[in-house]
Design a protein around this ligand. Sequence first.
Ligand code: SF4
Length: 136
Amino acid sequence: MLLAGLRAKFRLAMLFISHDLAVVSQVADRVAVMYAGSLVELASRQTIFKAPAHPYTRGLLKAVPTLQTDRARPLQTIEGSVPPVTALPPGCPFEPRCGDRVSECARELPPLVEVAPGHWARCPVINPSTRSRPSV
Ligand code: SF4
């Protein structure tokens, strides 16, 4: 691939921004997932695609068709839409759309916490030890 060749030739770091998860899976060493202006998950490519932690990342990956996807059924989607940045909810910005939400999710922006070595996620429900920590 052209980008990989240029990166190797000139010994560059590359920040690649995309909505195309198939391309990301080919290009990235590490993946940062953003939602409504917030970083919600950061990990190696392998971890993001094989063991995603954040409910938004999991929802994104479920929406990607694969060779095993039943073509007779509609693709999975994430209900709702992204809030405008001028009207973000006070807590987790994904809370109105999240099937895993609990009442505390609506109170404050959760901190980004290392859930495993090199794997960061912004979700106190998957990080129970962080429930009482202040947001950052
Ligand atoms: S903090 Fe709550 S609403 Fe936000 S992703 Fe986690 S479970 Fe869902």
